[in-house]
Design a protein around this ligand. Structure first.
Ligand SMILES: [Zn+2]
Length: 173
């Protein structure tokens, strides 16, 4: 498979040591100047994962790719405003010892209700903070995990969240 715009390579210490040719163009078009290769080169991938639980989830997947030496594939969700986006992450140990990571867009769908998701760091003081699974994108409501739209009160347009990984997604890592 040819490298997509969303491909990068990690060394043995999980540092970003290479990106696909189209990376910088893609980063610029998506407003991510800070994601340009010169800004992320030789930094640990962990610096770009917001919370400890997701970091641990990613560590497990990385270790599997190294130990099994086969391609490891995990689906996850990465919504854009108003759209649900299902992604696949593929990790593959290359003969050079580098891990190649591909993020592939599988499908998108209109969200039934458009909810803006804010990281709790930017929340208004006193607002309710929910936990969101960074793998499946669902929001924790008591004992269950629900779609973001179902986790908001009627008329509510933003949800403030911190990120974690739900039990089902942890069990699948
Ligand atoms: Zn989940």
């Amino acid at each position: 498979m040819a490298a997509g715009d969303n491909t990068y390579w990690l060394d043995q210490n999980d540092r970003i040591v290479g990106v696909a040719d189209g990376w910088d163009t893609f980063a610029a078009e998506n407003g991510g100047e800070a994601a340009a290769f010169r800004c992320i080169q030789d930094k640990s991938i962990r610096e770009f994962i917001a919370d400890d639980v997701t970091r641990m989830w990613f560590d497990v997947v990385l270790q599997l790719a190294r130990i099994r030496q086969t391609q490891i594939e995990r689906s996850y969700r990465c919504d854009s405003p108003g759209r649900k986006r299902m992604m696949n992450m593929r990790l593959c140990l290359e003969p050079s010892g580098l891990i190649r990571v591909d993020h592939i867009l599988i499908a998108t769908a209109q969200l039934p209700r458009s909810i803006a998701i804010n990281h709790a760091r930017h929340a208004e003081p006193g607002s309710v903070i929910h936990t969101r699974c960074s793998v499946c994108g669902r929001i924790q409501m008591g004992e269950s995990w629900v779609e973001p739209g179902a986790g908001a009160a009627p008329g509510q347009s933003t949800l403030s969240v911190v990120y974690s990984v739900c039990r089902e997604c942890s069990a699948r890592s």
